[in-house]
Design a binder for this molecule. Structure first.
Ligand code: HEM
Length: 434
């Protein structure tokens, strides 16, 4: 048995293009504000592991992202590799409830919070069950059947030997569309889904974003119910994320629709912009680092190192939040209960106490044996990292198959790294040489 799926429509929305949705989002995350890195470096030098702040201000002249609610009260910013790891790992003293939770949009079902807002046993239970939907064992299947076709379709549409905006044509549409594909959405809905997913990110400051979110919630719920209505044999053959979540079991324990739907939102929130911006940043190093393009083109096993070193130098979400649950002390700094803490992943990944020549790109860096913190650390570490790496590996591999060189569009020249709530290059106008 199966139930009909509604189609996903942008009808009645006043924002209907990716460009328009992204413009609102850029303003929200201060995407094109000047790079804060030099200021963070000064803060680390001046204060060490933690810098004091108030509301969005840290030290004398640093403003942090305004896309999460920081009260007009004393705050701290964790800057060193050691302090950041400790705050992220220690659930007894720190939690992630700095943000307002998402409510379930599934009518008649109780509200549930998504993974990032939960902790302890509740968090572990949901991670164990939802994790079955992001199982790395499914990666090979997703690669061939779901991610590659999206990459190929996007690259086929890109012109060679003339200027092209790689963000618009490739890096930006790829993650949302690929996540839609691995969720098991229908091909004909993928473009609308990707657009509305972008629009939905603007929900905190934009009613149209909230409208898109409600529509996607209904659409997700319909998918979950459609999987539930499948015969056991049909369901057992499916390996998209939604089906894997519907099938997920821990003893007798299973996921309700009201638990799956808000977490699918988190997958989108956490998985789209991050992967998009990292792809843009990889392009930067492929052009700017002498010999790198040829080295990686000749030995594709180095794509993994290219991705990791790009992620280390440029977490696409450079800061995340925590709150002190108790009075404690970390790296010699006393922390009062209730203090909001901005966790600076960007600075931790460039802490000179942890890395050799931290600001240099070094393809052989992973051999140093330290793990960057761009995917977080501890109980909330990114469960989508395997999928993100898969998308980026397939994307770069296929791009390298098609071109012999990559150049900046001379009309625009070399971009720079920008952003406060995000971190990426300022533009991606390039020429692809066949
Ligand atoms: C380059 C790509 C990505 C980066 C840099 C990234 C980064 C992060 C970070 C730093 C966290 C931890 C946040 C915290 O501790 O407060 C996180 C959590 C999370 N990420 Fe990712 N992510 C990426 C891709 C993805 C993808 C593709 C998905 C899913 C499709 C995803 C799903 C999630 C979820 C659900 C969480 C919350 C986990 C929890 O709270 O237990 N991420 N991510």
């Amino acid at each position: 048995m199966s139930t009909a799926l509604p189609s996903l429509s942008t009808e009645g929305l006043s924002v209907t293009t990716l460009d328009a949705a992204e413009e609102i989002m850029d303003a929200m995350v201060l995407r094109f504000e000047p790079d804060n890195l030099p200021k963070y470096q000064r803060l680390l030098q001046a204060y060490g592991a933690f810098a004091p702040g108030h509301g969005y201000q840290v030290g004398d002249d640093v403003t942090v992202a305004r896309n999460f609610p920081l009260p007009e009260a004393p705050t701290l910013m964790a800057l060193s590799y050691e302090a950041v790891r400790k705050c992220l790992f220690d659930q007894k003293n720190f939690n992630g409830k700095l943000y307002d939770g998402f409510n379930s949009s599934v009518e008649g079902e109780p509200a549930h919070e998504g993974l990032p807002l939960l902790e302890g046993a509740e968090h572990l239970r949901l991670r164990r069950l939802l994790g079955q939907g992001l199982n790395p064992r499914s990666i090979k299947i997703w690669e061939d059947r779901m991610v590659k076709p999206v990459v190929t379709r996007l690259l086929d549409a890109l012109p060679l030997d003339e200027p092209v905006d790689l963000a618009k044509g490739f890096c930006r549409p790829l993650p949302g569309t690929a996540v839609g594909a691995v969720l098991g959405l229908r091909d004909q809905d993928l473009d609308a889904f990707n657009m509305m997913a972008f629009l939905m990110f603007t929900g905190p400051i934009n009613e149209e974003g909230r409208k898109a979110e409600r529509r996607i919630a209904d659409y997700f719920a319909a998918h979950v119910e459609q999987r539930r209505a499948l015969d056991e044999a049909d369901l057992s053959e499916r390996d998209d994320i939604i089906s894997l979540m519907v099938k997920a079991r821990d003893g007798e324990d299973r996921l309700s629709t009201a638990e799956i739907v808000p977490n699918l939102f988190f997958f989108l929130f956490a998985g789209s912009d991050t992967t998009y911006l990292t792809l843009c940043n990889i392009i930067y190093y492929l052009i700017e680092e002498p010999g790198l393009f040829d080295r990686v083109k000749a030995d594709r096993s180095r794509i993994a190192d290219l991705i990791e070193e790009t992620l280390r130098l440029n977490p696409p979400g450079p800061v995340i939040g925590r709150k002190a649950k108790t009075d404690s002390e970390v790296s010699g700094c006393p922390i009062a209960q209730g203090t909001p803490i901005t966790i600076n992943l960007l600075m931790a990944n460039r802490d000179p106490a942890a890395w050799n020549e931290p600001d240099n790109f070094n393809l052989d860096r992973p051999a140093e044996g330290k793990t960057h913190l761009t995917f977080g650390f501890g109980p909330h570490i990114c469960p989508g990292m395997h999928l993100a790496r898969l998308e980026m590996t397939v994307a770069i591999n296929e791009l390298l198959d098609r071109i012999s060189a990559l150049e900046w569009d001379p009309a625009f020249g070399r971009p720079e790294f920008v952003g406060v709530g995000s971190r990426a290059i300022s533009r991606t106008r390039v020429i692809l040489r066949p």
